[in-house]
Design a protein around this ligand. Structure first.
Ligand code: FAD
Length: 483
């Protein structure tokens, strides 16, 4: 320690104030530990709150209103063409974020969690150097690393200061609705933001490297969304790579290489959404002896302990899936482990949701995974065309499917495509966690008319007792397919 340096001590240092970090800090404080949370940004909330989950859903929710209004003409209700006041929309979206961020500050204060605004860097296994802060060093007994992830950069096509070539953060800033938008990447972030901009009025071209969008997600769940974007977007170019992006005074020239050869197109803006990588390389992990795998994720055990037993890692930096609810669960597990509780991260199912229209949600075992791992399953599908509630919502393209153990009927996975999938998937997650069988789900009475009935009916398809689908007795194996 040299003159002018100020050191502090804490029982638990949490690095990063996103969902993983604040969940860990709050739980540790609730368990009576002395906690200091170090966050380098002016606000807590992390990627999820400041430039991810919440602002993107605020935009998608607004897009849904516009879309619903347009669709209402089919029922004889016609609205004028919507006027989007971008500044007002931006202010509202930022207000939602601000409200939640101040809520976090308030919750931290109430719990006695000290929040330091600084960039943390490991000097050794018990000391953090804090940059840009009055407190220059923080020594700790335990630490939780929750520094998240950052967007993958496309080689030769970095984001530009004008914002014409942007990542998801730039897209969420909503500076303008470009006439022509190129979205690079057919994962959930590119699709969600591409759909929102398309509904706001942009002519969107989606470019995706693989032969189909949303790699890894079951085909039958993706199909209705692929159909939807085939009309919503101006073009969807699969098996196509961006060879070059060049910005000039009036836009961006994109050189695209795909099945049609090399083509050049001009766009007003480009959104690059080609994945995210753990933010593990710039905080001196090696000084503390913390092991990182080849992909840059911090290696952790079931309690989220790193290779250095008193240091834990949670959230995006500790592995896939990079989702806020996974980060929060891990944060709690780490805090409880520090407090000496026998907690472990042993979840049976993590729900994943794509908030497009239609939405896609899945949890537990997927059909692709069952095939890849050779897991015997029986799959039962209930198409929403047979759901009264879905028809009142013009959502007949939806589908609910369950994957069960063929012998015991135990629910192993659930997949849904359609409106409200974000909420409905919770029943599947609970069923999987509780070890419920298709019979348990079928015998659970679902309110009528609701989309949740499709979950009960999918279970009935499995059992051969569905009411709203005719399945000839003995022929249910055709509807409930075996893998
Ligand atoms: P983060 O939320 O990234 O938080 C890390 C924090 O650490 C940041 O605040 C950062 O400033 C801070 N930090 C980093 N390094 C340091 C340092 N050295 N010192 C101090 N502080 C540091 N997930 C969902 O579950 N649902 C969604 O709908 C969803 N939508 C998304 C939409 C977009 C556009 C994006 C980009 C992501 C979305 N995600 C979504 C993913 C979700 O945001 C992340 O999984 C989640 O934020 C991970 O939480 P975390 O705590 O691990 O990290």
């Amino acid at each position: 320690m040299v003159m002018g340096e100020l050191s502090q001590e804490t029982q638990v240092a949490v690095i990063g104030g996103g969902p993983g970090g604040y969940a860990a800090a709050f739980r540790a404080a609730d368990l009576g530990l002395d906690v200091t949370l170090v966050e380098m940004e002016p606000r807590c909330g992390g990627t999820c709150l400041l430039r991810g989950c919440i602002p993107s859903k605020a935009l998608l929710q607004t897009a849904e209103i516009i879309w619903d209004a347009a669709e209402a003409s089919g029922r004889g209700v016609v609205f004028d063409k919507p006027q989007v006041d971008l500044e007002k929309l931006r202010t509202w979206k930022d207000g939602v974020v601000e409200k939640l961020a101040s809520g976090l500050d308030h919750l931290a204060k109430k719990r006695g969690v000290q929040v330091l605004r600084a960039r943390a860097f490991f000097e050794d296994a018990h000391t953090l150097r804090l940059e840009d802060s009055e407190v220059t060093h923080l020594t700790f007994r335990h630490a939780v690393i929750a520094v998240g992830s950052e967007p993958v950069k496309l080689p030769g096509a970095s984001t530009t200061p004008t914002g014409r070539i942007m990542d998801s953060t730039g897209a969420l800033a909503l500076k303008e609705i470009p006439q022509r938008l190129l979205v690079v990447g057919g994962g959930y972030i590119g699709l969600e933001l591409g759909c929102a901009y398309a509904v706001f009025g942009s002519r969107v071209t989606l470019v995706h490297r693989a032969g189909r969008i949303l790699g890894g997600v079951d085909d039958d769940l993706v199909r209705p969304l692929a159909k939807r974007i085939s009309t919503l977007f101006e073009a969807t170019r699969l098996e196509t790579e961006v060879a070059e992006l060049r910005e000039d005074a009036d836009g961006v020239k994109a050189v695209l290489r795909g099945p049609e050869g090399t083509i050049e197109e001009r766009f007003d803006r480009v959104l690059i959404a080609v994945g995210r990588i753990p933010r593990s390389r710039t905080m001196g992990l090696e000084n503390a002896g913390i092991a990182v795998d080849d992909a840059g994720f911090i290696a952790v055990d079931s309690q989220r302990r790193t290779s250095v037993p008193h240091i834990y890692a949670v959230g995006d930096v500790a592995g896939h899936p990079m989702l806020a609810h996974k980060a929060m669960r891990e944060g709690k597990v780490a805090a409880e482990a520090i407090a000496g509780m026998p907690s472990a991260y042993d979840v049976q199912a993590i729900p994943a949701v794509v908030y497009t229209d239609p939405q896609i949600a899945w949890a537990g075992l997927t059909e692709n995974e069952a095939r890849r791992k050779n897991v015997p399953v029986k799959i039962a599908r209930f198409p929403w065309g047979a759901s009264g509630r879905a028809l009142t919502m013009d959502a007949a393209e939806g589908l609910t499917k369950i994957l069960c153990d063929p012998d015991s009927g135990r629910l192993l996975g659930m997949g849904i495509v359609g409106r409200g999938a974000e909420t409905m998937i919770a029943e599947g997650v609970l069923a999987i966690e509780m070890g419920a069988s298709a019979e348990d789900v079928a015998l659970t009475v679902h309110a009528h008319p609701t989309l949740s009935e499709t979950e009960g009916e999918a279970a009935e398809v499995f059992l051969g007792s569905a009411t709203h689908l005719y399945v000839p007795q003995g022929a249910q194996s055709k509807t409930a397919t075996a893998l």
